[in-house]
Structure formats: C-alpha cells, structure tokens
Design a protein around this ligand. Sequence first.
Ligand code: UGA
Length: 465
Amino acid sequence: MSDNSSYEKPSLAVLGLGHVGLPTALGFAEMGWEVIGADDDASKVAMIRSGHSPFYEPGLDEMLARVLAGGRLTLTQCVEEAVRAATILFVCVGTPQKDSGEADLSQVEAIARTIARNLNGYKLIVEKSTVPAITAQWIKKTVARFAKHADAPGGLHAEFDVASNPEFLQEGKAFENIFRPDRIVVGVESERARALLQRLYQSLDCPILFTNVSTAELTKHAANAFLSTKISFINMVADICDAVGADVGQVALGMGLDPRIGTEFLNAGIGFGGYCFPKDLRSFMHLAHEHKVDCQLLREVEKVNLQRAEVFLKKVRHAVWVLKGKKIGVLGLAFKGGTDDIRESPALRIVKLLLEEGARLQVHDPQAMEASRQEVPPQAGRLEYCSSAYEAAREAHALLILTEWQEYRKLDFSRLHALMEVPVIVDGRNLLDPEVARASGFEYIDMGRHTRAEQPVTTVESASS
Ligand code: UGA
C-alpha cells in the first residue's frame, strides 16, 4: 500500500527554498523528520548542498551544516521527484505582486500542476506561502483537473488533501519562531490531514489552532494587516508627540503594558517594509475590494506608511538645511535589522530620495550591501558603499540611521564625532540612547521621542524667573 500517512513516519517535501522554505525544511529536519528540499533553481540547490545559505539569516549557516551532517535533508532541483517521494508537501514558493495589488499566484499554480502530474499515492498539500483566502480551493481544483491527465502510475485516482498552515516567522528570527512559535494555525478539511499535521507539530509547546482552510488563510492576512496597523498607528502618534512635546517611546510603553494592547510592534520610525507587510496589506485590500468590503482603514495604514519617508526627510532638511552637495552618512539599508533583505526597504527608498535631492551619500549596512549595490549601483562622487559605519561617517554633515541594527548601538560615538564634519545624527529608528549620543557631543534628532536636552520648557522658565 502506497499510503504511509497514518502508520509509518510520513516523509516531507518542502517545495521552494526561499526565506520561508529553507528555514522550514531545516527546522523539520532538526526536529527529526526526513525532509526533501526542492527548488527548480539549480544554482540555489547547489549552493545549499555545499553548505552555503543563499541569504543571510542568523543561525542559518550553523543549522544548515548540522542538518546536512545529520543526513535528514535531501536536496533536489527536481520538484517532480520530491513530490513523488513525499507524503506531506509544503508549498513555499513565492507569491509576488501584480501592479493591481493582487497576488501573483502563477508559481503556486505551477506547483499544483506538478503535484497533479506526479500523484503516486496520498498527498497532503500544505500551503505555507502567504496566499489570498481562496487559494486552497484553486489548488484543489487544479490538482483534480490536471491529475486526470497524469501519466504517472496511480495518478488518475490518487487521493489528496489541501491544507493551509500559514507561516508566521520573521526574517532575522526564523529559528526562534520555528522552534518556539506562539501558535500554529492549521486549516484542514479532513481528519486525515488534521491527524498528519497534529503529529508533525505535537513536539512543539504551543497552542495548535485547527480551523477550516479559508479561516487559516485569512488569519495570516489579518495578523500581518493588524501588525502593520499597529506600526502606522504608533507612527501617527509619534508625529503628534513631536508636535506637542511628548515621548512616543513612553507613550508606547504606557499603552503597551495594557495586555489588551501589548508592547510589541510599537516602535515608531520610518515605517514598515520587506516582502511581507506592504505586499500582504495590498493583497488583503484587493481581496476586500473584490468582495465589496470597505477596507478604508487599511488604505490609511498604507498611506501613513508611505508618508514616513517624507516625515523623516523633513527632519533631515531641518537639521542640515540644504541637502544638495552635502556629504551624508547612511547607516542601514536592509528593510529591518538581522537580514540582508532589501525588498521594499524604507531605508533604500530614503536613499533614492536623498540622491534625487543631490546629496552625496556614504552608505553602510552589515549585511545588505551586496543586494543594495545591485539595486542602486555606486555612483562616483554621489553614492559610495563603505566598509564600516566609521567610513560612512567620514566628513559627513549628518549621519542617518535607517535600519535597526543592534550593532549600531555599540559604535564608538566619540570616534564618529571626531570623523564628522558636522556632528548631527538623525535616527529614523529611535535606535540610540539619546543620552549616549548627546554625551558624545552630537545634535541628536529622533522620531517623536522629544528627548531634546535643550527643550525642557519648564526648566528654562524657572531659571529665568
Ligand atoms: C512579518 C511578520 O512579522 C511575520 O509574522 C510574518 O510571518 C512575515 O511578515 C511574513 O508574512 O512572512 P517580517 O517581514 O520578517 O515578518 O518583518 P517584521 O519583523 O514583521 O518587520 C516588518 C517591518 O516593520 C520592518 O521594516 C520593521 O522595521 C518594521 N517595524 C517592525 C517597525 O517599523 N516597527 C515595529 O515596531 C516593528
């Protein structure tokens, strides 16, 4: 009997080895499962097989070395082979975005057809990629439709289930999220699928929420949209704090200590970016629009986010006055700390706007320099990629912090001060301790923390009276 789903230990295939797929494959292998990792990009597979990760993720290289040595991960560029060899198929292919905001599901569709043509026994097809709330139905229809023409043995009537198991991992914290998740959401349509996924995750100490498939898909959309809303909300509050002289950091803490609100994702700054929030927000809006549901709230979340670059640039202009021809140091290019990912990075958006204004930029990022160079190539006298934060600060009229890399907090600020033409820091991520920056002689400007030492109005008044 080819169905090994209930009795034997099921084998797993992870289809697509990107930011979600590769950590997922390694995570399952580390938990003791036999995993086949497949990706049709031959060079990526070769790189992973040789022990090199195609992107930066803390702990990934070490995990890859351990898992490869343990022999529980098989890698292939032949997706068909992976489909035939495994029972549980995790679909982790990319879901980019069309101009309309709609998710481009062509890779998901292609995988569904590949699965259909290689059905050689029961398969549980699990969506992990973030997809709109009706995608599982399409996968089901597509597999059923194309399986009819399958020439693989047993293809015609082989059984399958489709499930949704959205991934909540954050880049930069992938393994923390995989091994210590807050929750696992699983959308299933059959007892068999439920039992298989329950078995897969039972060793993890967290709630497992079983729902129907559309509910699981929608949970992911709603979670990302809600987190984006939190960020835009606190950014709006930061602007009000700037106007009235309040400290957004303390407001966020005072709000967040209420467990109904929570302290996380209330860091004000230049806004959210990355491959997930901006795209997922647009795709959620598209879905709502298609079903004639008013999603004005989400439009505002996006609008606030897009305005962050200008809010930040105003501060920079205020600090240095004319930007044209000025040397400006930039710390951070990645969309957030802990990754080399620059997709929809607010930092890069600001870099491009500064270049348009004629500033001469000296930029640095601990991990994202290579990717940034491809996106915005160096320009003599206008854009220089620097090997260290200190190089970026040399003779600069201002130093801008655009990514929340923790290592920037540990810089030698006296050294930076000595290197700069004008000691000004504009901190777009509220990363530094204002006291530390000012103690080293910097004029320090942040996003709504209103911590300027020269502005405690009451002290000034009492001194003059
Ligand atoms: C996000 C979600 O956090 C994950 O749960 C989800 O699985 C993932 O998307 C996904 O859909 O695949 P990620 O894109 O890796 O994860 O990044 P986040 O850590 O969520 O940060 C997103 C952006 O928000 C970054 O640009 C970050 O700098 C910004 N951010 C985050 C803020 O501006 N303020 C905050 O308080 C938190």
